[in-house]
Design a binder for this molecule. Structure first.
Ligand code: ADP
Length: 265
């Protein structure tokens, strides 16, 4: 896939080596252009540098080489224009659902009434109306991730960066969370960069999937996911989904075998 003109996010030759004896080459020079409204999944075996790339885009880590440009401006640190959701629960345990979601809005100095209105809207969108006064410990894992998603969306970021956000959930909850995220994306058309090692997840939501090679990682293939939106979960049983899955499975398996240093037929 060629370079996207007017990319919302341009990742240009971004590489990362961690110091040490010996140094760890986590990411080989990687280039990816993300257009506004793209839902891109970054798929690869564990340890291939997916999180490293996402952390660099988030401004939480600095590349050893290359640049990340957001609307043409180099990323120099974290910013409200990028909303993050990680796998592990990152809510403030001492704050309620409502307070967690308002956190960034309060930091910005937004008037309380406006904070309440925005929080109520996103709480409703993630299906947690009635749980505003609960604390994270009173919620299931899936509900906590819904709060994390609402908190990220409430700040109205240009880009959502999601790092295995559903990785700790059971399969049924995970499938529902994928549908929820997809419906939210179809509504708001945020630009999304979503890291996963799950093939079904990567295909189900994305319009493009970047498949990583084994460590040290780089993008091995970029695949357009030409399934129509809006997507219903039943798309997973269509012949086209199976074709895409077979193609990606082959790619990922080859990389996983390299990582595991296994020699299977
Ligand atoms: P993935 O997200 O694909 O599982 P990561 O980006 O987390 O992979 O890690 C890629 C490689 O970089 C791994 O070998 C990991 O051990 C290494 N790595 C990640 N962060 C650090 C760090 N802070 N210091 C040293 N090595 C790291």
């Amino acid at each position: 896939m060629g370079l996207v003109v007017n990319a919302a996010l341009a990742i240009r030759g971004v590489a990362r080596t961690f110091d040490g004896k010996p140094p760890t080459v986590a990411l080989l020079p990687t280039t990816l252009d993300v257009a506004t409204n793209d839902f891109i999944t970054i798929l690869g075996p564990s340890g291939c540098g997916k999180s490293t790339l996402l952390r660099i885009v988030a401004g939480l880590d600095t590349p050893s080489a290359g640049d990340v440009l957001l609307d043409g401006q180099p990323v120099q640190g974290p910013g409200a224009d990028r909303g993050m959701v990680f796998q592990s629960y990152t809510l403030f345990p001492w704050l309620t659902v409502h307070e967690n979601i308002c956190f960034g809005l309060r930091e910005k100095g937004m008037p309380a009434a406006q904070q309440r209105e925005i929080a109520a809207r996103f709480i409703a969108e993630v299906g947690l109306t009635g749980f505003e006064s609960h604390h994270p410990r009173q919620l299931s894992g899936g509900m906590q991730q819904r709060v994390a998603l609402a908190r990220a969306l409430a700040n109205d970021p240009k880009i959502l960066l999601l790092d295995e956000p559903f990785g700790a959930l059971d399969n049924q909850t995970r499938a529902l969370m994928q549908e929820l995220l997809l419906s939210i994306w179809e509504l708001h058309r945020k630009t999304v960069l979503f890291v996963t090692h799950d093939i079904d997840e990567a295909i189900f939501m994305a319009n493009r999937c970047a498949v990583f090679s084994a460590r040290p990682g780089r993008i091995k293939t970029e695949l357009a996911i030409d399934l129509p939106y809006p997507r219903h979960y039943t798309v997973k049983t269509t012949p086209r989904f199976s074709e895409l899955k077979a193609q990606v499975t082959e790619d990922i398996r080859a990389e996983s075998l390299k990582t595991a240093q296994m020699n299977l037929p």
